[in-house]
Design a protein around this ligand. Structure first.
Ligand code: NAD
Length: 259
């Protein structure tokens, strides 16, 4: 059993650490505990600086830190070429990236602009397809990819608006990618996390009320943490889950099943 959980010496790429609150940082911490070597991608210089401070604070090594703007094919391609050339084989990929224009998360969904719709899809859903494609030449034959989704993919949640549509698309991308990646033995799954107070969550209207509702209504009567998501990520990236692909795994205190 220990062998199945261990990610000893495995190269895992983590996309999306903006700061200590990021879900991707929770995943990275769990990965270190499982013995993985972590490669980070970032978009903004200030994210890189924050990441470097975090690594220093907790004394974690980074195998590599590479810039990757998921809105740019060139940036994605360059990042994964650099990673592949340095580490050789990628055993896991954590896609923890999403963005929508603030204006499209306020007001009515019906007012979403054409550009805002396309931008949310591009950044939050297509980016998974593009990253998987760029990583593919370097993926190990039992590699695993995970992405982060939210309940707004399958329920109409007031205020989640255009991001709900992007998450629905993201979950569909996961299902369709299973065929292509499955030919190489590679798995891909989504983790649908309950609400966690992060930078991205600040843009979601009524976020505090949502967290309160989870405490009241979810079977576990508590909100989940980025550590909860990190630990499930280790399960989904390791051979513990080797028979699972194309799934959406809820880490949400059971809230999604409540009627
Ligand atoms: P976060 O703000 O810490 O992370 C979002 C990351 O996306 C940031 O690191 C940001 O730099 C990155 N990003 C945005 N645009 C990018 C671009 N063009 N190129 C590269 N990177 C880009 O917030 P988070 O809550 O940790 O979000 C991580 C993922 O988890 C997102 O997909 C989010 O939708 C999802 N999620 C969050 C919650 C929650 O309640 N916080 C719940 C379920 C799912």
């Amino acid at each position: 059993m220990e062998d199945l959980i261990q990610l000893d010496g495995k190269n895992i790429v983590v996309m999306g650490v903006a700061n200590e609150r990021s879900i991707a940082w929770g995943v990275a911490e769990s990965l270190y505990k499982a013995g993985a070597k972590v490669i980070y991608t970032y978009r903004l210089d200030r994210s890189r600086e924050k990441l470097e401070k975090l690594l220093e604070k907790y004394n974690y090594p980074a195998e590599m830190i590479v810039r990757c703007d998921v809105n740019s094919d060139e940036s994605i391609s360059q990042a994964f070429t650099d990673i592949g050339e340095k580490v050789g084989t990628i055993h896991g990929l954590v896609h923890s990236v999403a963005f929508a224009n603030a204006d499209d998360l306020k007001g009515d969904f019906i007012d979403t602009s054409r550009d805002g719709y396309a931008f949310a899809q591009d950044t939050s859903a297509y980016s998974l397809v593009a990253a998987a494609k760029a990583a593919r030449p370097y993926l190990a034959d039992d590699a695993s990819i995970i992405t982060m989704s939210y309940l707004g993919a399958v329920r109409a949640l007031p205020g989640y608006n255009v991001m709900g549509i992007a998450k629905a698309s993201l979950e569909a991308c996961v299902r369709y990618l299973t065929f292509d990646l499955g030919k190489d033995g590679v798995r891909i799954n989504a983790i649908s996390a309950g609400p966690i107070r992060t930078l991205a969550a600040k843009g979601v209207p009524g976020f505090n009320d949502i967290m309160k509702m989870i405490e009241e209504k979810a079977p576990l009567k508590r909100n989940v943490t980025k550590e909860d998501v990190g630990n499930m990520s280790v399960a989904m990236l390791s051979n513990l889950s080797r028979g699972v692909t194309g799934e959406v795994i809820y880490v949400d205190s059971g809230y999604n099943i409540v009627g």
